[in-house]
Design a protein around this ligand. Structure first.
Ligand code: SF4
Length: 689
């Protein structure tokens, strides 16, 4: 009898365990895995309907050179030759990879090793840059390492949960269910800080509809309140936190309740209610997501949150921590192996001793010595002629990056473009010189890490269709053809996992929390049977020791950026986000008829007062225009919007719709520390069409 296969959901960073029972060559029955610590059997609508998405509609089944089917040998030889020629002629920084939080950790590891250790450039960035890189930068600044100091279990131990910039009910539904269970079981309070009144607010005790982009003021005001009320933890701060010069003077100046309420555009009484609740509740988890990260001040916003937790000693204790939750299934695994252009490997930065250490471990012929181009800069560098060969893996930047028109120009103009993907024609792959068919969910074999550091296996239960191959195999074959056969002599994902584990432990005498020493010699069978486990201590920093040279955490002085008043040409502010039942550019969720029913088309949500002024009624079509581009959406009039602000979803692509193209609208501006694009708060206008 066929056995159910225990695997992990393809979608968000909650990382739910799934029990998949194959019922035919391309069919499967999906249930939640009751033994998985993230979800204990629960699944949201996206996970529940995964079975509807494993068909072969639209799949890329064979390597293609241009529009002609090619053998794997020919396609791989061509990719290797083009990258080799480009590096020889223009140097290592003339090539780049743009990869994805959909990759397995093992895929990420070999791609990162090839670029940073062998080709000799750090020009490998990931779509996770768009999701949580501000949290990474914030963690590094505060803790000295990218460590999430909370777990999902903390949600059940907290007395107060603050959600900042997160429509958790839609974007991380199982986390939201756990929060609601905690409210029911022990009376935990829930506060939501979000300009929009989303479904998440329906189950909250308090909603602060702050003006977009005022989170630094809000958190600095909270810290000033805690300081004035005497609820900061002076002993913890003295022993475990360093403050930059002028930090406390800054907090104590101009962050009174009235000034903060004015900046955030909310009623002082409401703000006071939140501050009092926070001050009175030591067990507080502050959970944040894209509303914080996807901002041109995202890293400061992250640090303003962490500052409050450090100052009140609410870290490293049960039910008390700042908690970044990630969008993608393996954004965290990518962080762990150095899948970002700004990190090296195993949570190391580019300090000379780290470059030396990793170079010796890999026996690397040409180590990258400095950070590479981050996502937005990478595509800009293509348009400027500095990057001449690009390999895109498992992502669709023509839709998902801001200012998508300029990204499309880059994809059209780059002299050589390889795309590995499960889908045949995407807005990105239509520009490719070579398309490589990759394994999809249900076919992939490897590990992923969720938002609370739990590593789980994704296991295959479907045959690879056509000639599709796993991403790690494709990268490895190109590396071998470029001349590094021995360094990439992997036969299976377990070989890569062991090497990654050895690297985390290599000369790591306790200075980094990430250490998978126990997995360095794991056998193939044990890898196959691997149960979900969380790396690091249960509660990092519970001993007050941080990964900085002096072992102390760091306050970061953060200043609220002036909010630009609306220009006459752009009287509205555009915010963007997800729908409950869709995922990214819908290449998988778009296959499910049941999921499509939730929102059949992309809507622009607009406040009734604005709609009236613009002569727009519900269900009209309206054009949303920004300095970057425009697109047409169906109108949904909603009192959940603040007046003057609109919202559109990120999912629709050129391949499926002539309108609803949110990616054309945001500015290509990024946070100066993380390089994360500011998808929120784009100046815009709306007109009826
Ligand atoms: Fe999948 Fe996220 Fe839903 Fe869990 S919450 S089933 S990981 S989409």
């Amino acid at each position: 009898m066929t056995q159910a296969i225990r695997t992990t959901c393809a979608y968000c960073g909650v990382g739910c365990g799934i029990s998949a029972m194959p019922t035919g060559p391309r069919s499967v029955t999906i249930k939640g895995d009751e033994l998985h610590p993230a979800n204990a059997g629960r699944l949201c609508s996206k996970g529940t309907h995964l079975g509807e998405t494993v068909g072969l509609e639209g799949r890329l089944l064979h390597p293609m050179i241009g529009n002609k089917r090619a053998s794997w040998d020919k396609a791989l030889d061509l990719v290797a030759k083009k990258f080799r020629e480009t590096v020889d002629r223009y140097g290592p920084d003339s090539v780049a990879f743009y990869v994805s939080g959909q990759l397995m950790t093992e895929d990420y590891y070999v791609a990162n090793k090839l670029m940073k250790g062998f080709i000799g450039t750090s020009n490998i960035d990931t779509n996770s840059r768009l999701c949580m890189s501000s949290a990474v930068a914030g963690h590094n600044r505060a803790f000295g390492e990218d460590v999430v100091p909370a777990t999902y279990d903390d949600l059940e131990e907290a007395d107060l949960i603050v959600l900042v910039g997160s429509n958790t009910a839609w974007c991380h539904p199982i986390v939201y269910q756990r929060i609601q269970a905690a409210r029911a079981a022990r009376g935990a309070k829930l506060v939501v800080i979000d300009p929009r009144r989303t479904e998440t607010c329906e189950g909250a005790d308090l909603h602060l509809a702050v003006k977009p982009g005022t989170d630094v003021a809000l958190m600095n005001g909270l810290l000033a309140w805690c300081d004035a009320e005497g609820i900061t933890d002076a002993a913890f701060v003295a022993d475990h936190v360093n403050a930059p010069e002028g930090f406390w003077e800054h907090i104590r100046t101009g962050h009174d309740l009235w000034t903060t309420a004015k900046t955030c555009d909310i009623a002082p009484a409401l703000l006071e209610q939140f501050y009092k609740l926070f001050a009175a509740t030591p067990r507080t988890v502050t959970l944040f997501s894209q509303g914080i990260n996807q901002s041109i001040r995202g890293t400061d916003q992250v640090n303003a949150i962490i500052n409050v937790h450090l100052a009140t000693g609410r870290i490293g204790k049960p039910g008390a921590a700042p908690f970044s939750i990630t969008g993608q299934p393996n954004a965290m695994g990518g962080r762990e192996v150095g899948g970002l252009a700004s990190t090296l490997a195993s949570h190391m930065d580019f300090a000379p001793e780290n470059v030396d250490r990793v170079g010796r471990f890999w026996a690397a012929p040409r180590m990258a010595t400095k950070p590479g181009l981050k996502a937005v800069d990478l595509f800009r560098a293509i348009n400027e002629g500095r990057v001449k060969a690009l390999w895109v893996m498992a992502t669709n930047p023509a839709v998902s990056l801001p200012d998508a028109n300029s990204v499309r120009e880059a994809l059209e103009s780059v002299p050589f473009l390889a795309v590995s993907d499960i889908m045949g024609d995407t807005d990105t792959s239509v520009h490719a010189d070579v398309r490589l068919p990759a394994a999809g969910w249900g076919e992939k074999d490897g590990t992923v890490t969720n938002s609370d550091r739990t590593i789980s296996r994704q296991r295959p239960f479907l045959d690879l269709p056509g000639e599709a191959k796993p991403d790690w195999w494709i990268v490895t074959e190109v590396a071998r053809r470029m001349g590094w056969r021995n360094a990439f002599a992997y036969d299976r994902p377990a070989d890569i996992w062991r090497e990654h584990a050895r690297l985390t432990a290599y000369q790591n005498d306790g200075q980094r929390v990430l250490n998978l020493r126990g997995h360095a010699t794991i056998g193939n069978d044990a890898y196959e049977r691997m149960e979900p486990f969380r790396w690091g201590e249960e509660r990092p920093f519970s001993d007050g020791h941080f990964s900085t040279p002096d072992g102390k955490a760091r306050f970061v002085l953060t200043k609220q950026m002036d909010i630009q008043e609306p220009l006459k040409q752009w009287p509205m502010t555009l915010n963007t986000g997800r729908y409950r039942d869709q995922w990214h550019t819908m290449s998988r969720t778009g296959l499910s008829p049941k999921l499509a029913r939730h929102r059949e088309e992309p809507l622009v949500e607009i406040h009734p007062r604005d709609a009236e002024e613009l002569g727009i009624v519900d269900r009209d079509l309206a054009r949303v225009q920004t300095a970057q581009g425009n697109s047409i959406f169906r109108v949904a009039i909603s009192t959940g919007q603040r007046p003057g602000e609109i919202f559109t979803p990120i999912h629709w692509t050129d391949q499926m719709s002539s309108g609803g193209r949110t990616g054309l609208l945001p500015r290509p501006l990024v946070d100066p520390h993380s390089g994360q694009p500011g998808f929120k708060s784009t100046p815009a206008s709306v007109e009826k069409v």
